[in-house]
Design a protein around this ligand. Sequence first.
Ligand code: CMC
Length: 426
Amino acid sequence: MPDSLSIKDNRTGKSYEIPIQDDAIRAMDLRQIKTSDSDFGLLSYDPAFMNTASCRSSITYIDGDRGILRYRGYPIEELAEKCNYLEVAYLLVHGELPSKNQYEEWKHNVTYHTMVHENVKKFLEEFRYDAHPMGMLVSAVAALSTFYPDAKHFSDENSRRLQIHRLIGKTPTIAAFAYRHSMGMAYVYPDNDLDYAENFLTMMYKPPASSTFEANPVLAKALDVLFVLHADHEQNASTSAMRSVGSTHADPYSCAAAAAAALYGPLHGGANEEVLRMLEEIGSKDKVPEIIRQVKDKKRLLMGFGHRVYKNYDPRAQIIKRIADQVFEVTGRNKLLDIALELEKVALSDDYFISKHLYPNVDFYSGLIYQAMGFPTDIFPVLFAIPRMSGWLAQWQEMLLDPEQKISRPRQIYTGYPERHIPAQT
Ligand code: CMC
């Protein structure tokens, strides 16, 4: 029996054989199902893409029921333990882990591009003192497209590589500048002798008058692991934005700005910020039952819980919980941790959460670590965007090289008026 789906259209009595490949049918195969020659053909309707694959991808694999996440085949747990962020970024972009020489060259290329044009600095200075750092990041990444008009040559492999190095290199610099702007502190330029996470922490926290600042190695390592965990997550909203804008052949800076804008939303990468605000609002363990009641009454969401794909514990959240212990040994225990643990305990034993398969996601514990490390709450989504840049770029490149991809353009089911006319003036 060939892998196929037999469909009978009860409107016409006609039958169709639709091939099944990789457990999917092609939506375009439905178009032949018509009631007449002038009929447009059958569409599939899938608001929010609940059951539609928009691409074939070899980058990230998720099994949401079993809580599995792999980049290019490697389990996230192994990558978090054995690789640093730049190795993982290379893996995502190139498909294989780098050899020693490849790694040195990649690190050099990314590091070489950590500086931003002085005009980017001036551009950031024009934001209000209380501008949200994510708004600054989105704008500054978009502004980079005006500095690198050569980025339009996306079909040239060398040009693509150059933009990838630039974006992975410059994003932490812009993020740190945005933070220092909000603090009214002089910007600290990148130090190319430092590792990726170490350099970011130094640009964030080095006092202007100090020449001897050294990021705490435990915290730098913890941040690097968090970067690994956030690097890619297949076709989420921001990655879909990256691919969708990229499909119009816009330059990668404009695409990445669109992706970062999608990430900013509280249902996506902005959730880490919202979790922290929620925990602060709860304030003490005894208020947890009341919050759970409000959630069950649909008056609010439990931020940091639930996921479109994971219907089991998010494997990233499990690793983050372990990192939290290491970080708290250095920084002292975050007081909000007890509230978070209580929330998790109550939620995971409640039928509402059990029946809906709602588990803590990556954002539930990450904010506690960021806060313990001294990051202000506003900047949490930016800390998600920095590492996700490599995933976005890997996905953008894959989309451009995929001969099946075209400009992204969903269909709609029109529900408005049929043709009507403006009444004649009386
Ligand atoms: N708190 C309470 N109820 C929830 C939650 C939550 N966090 N998440 C989902 N539900 C309920 C939802 O109300 C729905 O109930 P019902 O069946 O009665 O209508 C049911 O669970 C299914 O949820 P859904 O909204 O259909 O699921 P979705 O796949 O469309 O949404 C989500 C996924 C992540 C947007 C959602 O779970 C959510 O809003 N979570 C809170 C925000 C959050 O933590 N986002 C970070 C996601 S992980 C990081 C990332 O990759 O972005």
